[in-house]
Design a protein around this ligand. Structure first.
Ligand code: MN
Length: 429
């Protein structure tokens, strides 16, 4: 990726509007850009958006004129909508979504690893760009968290950033368990959710931990806080329990844990950090997200509680209505209408495909004003959701796009069934 033109543009500008995506990767991208540009003495303003649409572009143009900006940087979004962007303003796009297939307009500098057949998350692109402007080694934390949020830390160019972070000792990768909450959740909670073996209730999990002396008078540590010996004992006992239960691949319980060594304890597990940022974004608590990244943790607990409550309600709704949703042997269509918040339909769809169904493709539909937001997830290698979803959305007068294994779109209300029929037709072929 060649950043030279973009760097020149930034040097010329005084007041820069940063428009970024509302998910973890987008929030991390904006944090990196803001910190770097501020250090250069630039005035900046961050605008977090859920998507690019004509209305949003109009809003951006108004803001640009009213507040006398001289440059817009889009991060972690923009590429698929080149023809919607303003034609008379300087624009830099730092993005990894599949670009719209047109000649890039003259006023736009498009930097996108996709054009070089590379994979790098939005925050990773922003980090490389930022490190060519000035040195802020601590910003590498956000490149890592962005990559984890987009599920890309072990893919492509992201791996190079991961190694760099290890080299400068801001990141430590440890062998851990396939659990969530290595650092900040007590073991019985993480284990209960991990489903390593058939223990159904908290009390059964607590009993298991008591039996192996990891429950000291009702105090249960997190995995991270166990001593080396305690960790070894725990792993051994889990594997033994899995063998006793005749589970396949009994030792398949490990995963890497990315520990950000310089972050406060609440944020040092990069997976937890990314989940937190995604949650803040879905609840549209953007200011609080940036405060959090500045180390202010006061609102963390309250916001995460609100998020978990909402998510639990949506997952129960899906579980209760699973049989009545349209489906084929391999595809589930969660037609949630107004029952699931459009901001959270993507998260719900991801959780459903990973743990609530055996279907290989899951789509979620949630009302979004006069439109329906669509979120698609696939576990079938041959299926390119970016292509299929964008094609059907366009055919129905909407817009869509994304990645091969995860894509989204918007169509008018009432066209859901048509979409579902088209989707079945294409995928079955
Ligand atoms: Mn991204």
């Amino acid at each position: 990726m060649d950043f030279r033109k973009a760097i020149l543009k930034v040097r010329e500008a005084n007041k820069i509007l940063i428009v970024s995506h509302y998910d973890c990767d987008g929030l991390c991208s904006a944090k990196i850009l803001k910190t770097t540009l501020k250090k250069e003495g630039k005035e900046t303003k961050i605008k977090i958006v859920k998507e690019i649409s004509k209305d949003i572009i109009r809003e951006i143009e108004d803001e640009f004129e009213k507040e006398n900006f001289d440059l817009i940087i889009f991060s972690d979004l923009g590429s698929p909508y080149l023809s919607l962007l303003p034609e008379d303003k300087d624009i830099i796009i730092l993005d990894h979504h599949v670009p719209e297939n047109i000649k890039v307009p003259k006023n736009i500098i498009l930097i996108n690893p996709y054009l070089e057949n590379k994979e790098l998350c939005g925050a990773g692109i922003c980090y490389l760009f930022a490190s060519k402007i000035n040195q802020n080694p601590e910003l590498i934390d956000y490149a890592i968290v962005g990559a984890i949020g987009d599920n890309q830390a072990e893919i492509g160019e992201n791996k190079k950033i991961v190694s760099e972070a290890e080299k400068i000792k801001r990141l430590k990768i440890e062998k851990g368990l396939k659990i969530f909450g290595h650092v900040n959740r007590p073991l019985h909670e993480s284990l209960k959710n991990a489903n390593f073996f058939p223990l159904n209730t908290y009390s059964e999990v607590v009993q298991f931990l008591s039996d192996i002396n990891l429950n000291q008078n009702g105090k249960i540590k997190s995995y991270y806080d166990l001593s080396k010996e305690e960790k070894e004992k725990l792993l051994l006992e889990i594997i033994k329990e899995r063998i006793r239960n005749n589970l396949e691949e009994p030792a398949n319980i490990f995963s890497d844990v990315y520990i950000l060594t310089k972050q406060p304890r609440e944020l040092m597990d990069a997976l937890e950090f990314s989940t937190i940022l995604n949650a803040f974004g879905r609840l549209e608590r953007y200011d609080e997200a940036f405060e959090l990244m500045d180390g202010k943790l006061e609102k963390l607990e309250e916001i995460m509680l609100e998020y978990r409550k909402k998510l639990a309600t949506y997952l129960s709704f899906v579980a209760e209505n699973m049989n009545s949703f349209p489906q084929t042997e391999n595809i589930l269509f969660i037609n949630a209408k107004e029952k699931i918040d459009e901001n959270m339909i993507g998260t719900v769809t991801s959780i459903v495909i990973n743990s609530l169904t055996n279907k290989k493709i899951v789509l979620g539909f949630a009302y979004s004003g006069d439109m329906v937001k669509i979120s698609a997830r696939s576990k079938i290698e041959r299926v390119d959701l970016n292509e299929i979803v964008s094609k059907i959305c366009e055919k129905l007068g909407g817009t869509g796009g994304g990645h091969k294994e995860a894509a989204g779109g918007k169509i008018e209300k009432g066209k859901e069934e048509e979409f579902i029929e088209e989707f079945k037709k294409i995928v079955e072929k």
